[in-house]
Design a protein around this ligand. Structure first.
Ligand code: PMP
Length: 454
């Protein structure tokens, strides 16, 4: 069979006019050809169609945790497809790969989280969490307990429901399910906590939750959803103790806590799951994707507590929810092989030291004139740039500061992700100390170049 994928750059760009990119200014893309065609990858590096070797500073898209080109995962996928290409997990069917991966995830997930619903993206994992909880409350005879509390700055995905749970900035111009979703205050101390200590700021966030619950009525609220560290909202870490305190309030009101660990699980913060091991609480549901297969196959999981699984399994009718590719054999095989690598190579443990070095290296850039805040943890970091450091005056969209910086780093061999005035770094978890040092140097030179050009 002749499937032609070794195209020249020009051939790709011509073919690419038929491709609708995600989160892109489609008009700008049409006008210029500033696209990078990635054709190969190995370890912590990727290669573009012009032969440039680049450090993958964003790990694909916060997902290639074990690094690129791992033969163990590729072989597992091929073996699985040879044995069983596809069967669904609908009705009374199952297959070995999906069952074995669900069992493995249950063993790794904290405490009472023992049941897994698979889908193919973080967005659908979050939608599934909500649908499962709606079904749960219907089963308990509480059909009004359906609303979801989310937060300003959250990113939960791009399906209609996940977008409604995402911070409103991402859904401008779209109609969302706003009668269903309510946004609590942003936990971003640096931007929102002026005049307060971090502990006082945290108190205001807890009060916001309590007041919102009292206003809407706990009997109408199914869940609170939160990322341990807000990712695509700007890599925002919450004040110390915030998550455990929010979880305790939710428990008091019988509101389920959904931890969106689409980014933070599978080693990025040094543990398989961050909620319990890093933030000290056990949610009722964890959603995850990305690092679950390190991106080798599209797969996500909604991991629910024994209590939730018991209620939705009671007699009384169908669980009317399903995705054709839920637990796809090739994706499940990729997940199993990926977890085996994370365990065998002790990658989460490795992250606890190299990830800390990465964090320290990036925080060292904070002295630069235009760097307002360097934030995040381990291999999940963001740099926010400001026009004026003391007043935290933001750059305008016309300044295109993130884009300029991303171009400057790419020219020097590093892919970083611009997000407005923020530059995101979320590399593979297998970075060497030398590569971490190189990222620090490239960022420093790029910041100096862009600052001087302003
Ligand atoms: N939740 C979080 C925290 C995410 O970062 C993302 C994607 N970046 C999603 C959900 C959505 O995942 P997907 O793009 O796979 O739908």
């Amino acid at each position: 069979m002749n499937i032609k994928t070794n195209l020249t750059t020009d051939e790709v760009l011509t073919a690419d006019t038929h491709l609708i990119q995600s989160f892109a200014d489609l008009d700008l893309l049409k006008q210029n050809d500033a696209r990078t065609v990635i054709v190969g990858a190995e370890g912590a590096m990727v290669r573009d169609s012009e032969g440039n070797e680049l450090i993958d500073g964003i790990g694909g898209l916060w997902c290639v945790n074990v690094g690129h080109g791992r033969k163990e995962i590729i072989d597992a996928i091929t073996d699985q497809l040879t044995q069983l290409d596809f069967y669904s997990t609908f009705y009374n069917f199952t297959h070995p790969a999906a069952a074995a991966l669900a069992e493995k995830i249950a063993a790794l997930a904290p405490g009472h989280l023992n049941s897994v619903y698979f889908s193919n993206s973080g967005s659908v994992a979050n939608d599934s969490a909500v649908r499962i909880l709606h079904h749960y409350n219907n089963r308990l005879g509480r059909p009004k307990k359906k609303k979801i509390l989310s937060r300003i700055g959250a990113y939960h995905g791009s399906t209609h429901l996940a977008m409604a749970m995402t911070t409103p900035g991402y859904s401008e111009g779209w109609d969302t399910a706003d009668s269903l979703v309510h946004h609590l205050k942003s936990p971003h101390y640096w931007r929102e906590g002026d005049g307060m200590s971090e502990a006082e700021f945290c108190d205001t966030l807890i009060d916001d939750l309590k007041q919102t619950v009292e206003r809407l009525g706990a009997e109408n609220i199914a869940a609170f959803i939160a990322e341990p560290i807000q990712g695509a909202g700007g890599v925002v870490t919450a004040p110390d103790g915030y998550h455990a305190r929010m979880a305790a309030v939710c428990a008091d009101y019988d509101i389920k806590y959904i931890a969106d660990e689409v980014v933070t699980a599978f080693g990025r913060l040094g543990h398989f799951f961050a909620s319990q091991d890093v933030f000290g609480h056990t949610p009722d549901i964890i959603t995850t994707a990305k690092g679950l297969t390190s991106g080798y196959q599209p797969l996500s999981a909604t991991i629910v507590s024994d209590d939730i699984h018991e209620v939705i399994s009671r007699p009384g009718g169908m669980f009317l929810h399903g995705m054709t590719y839920s637990g796809h054999p090739a994706a499940a095989a990729a997940g199993l092989a990926n977890i085996a690598l994370l365990e065998q190579e002790k990658i989460p443990e490795h992250v606890r030291t190299t990830g800390k070095l990465f964090e320290k290296t990036l925080k060292g850039l904070g002295d630069n004139e235009i760097v307002g805040e360097v934030r995040g943890s381990h291999f999940m970091m963001g740099l926010e740039f400001v026009k004026d450091k003391s007043s935290k005056l933001a750059f305008t969209p016309e300044d295109a500061i993130g884009l300029k910086l991303a171009r400057a780093t790419q020219k020097r061999g590093l892919i970083a992700r611009p997000l407005g005035n923020i530059l995101i770094l979320s590399p593979t978890l297998i970075m060497s100390e030398a590569q971490i040092g190189k990222i620090g140097d490239i960022l420093q030179e790029s910041i100096e170049e862009v600052a001087a050009s302003l």
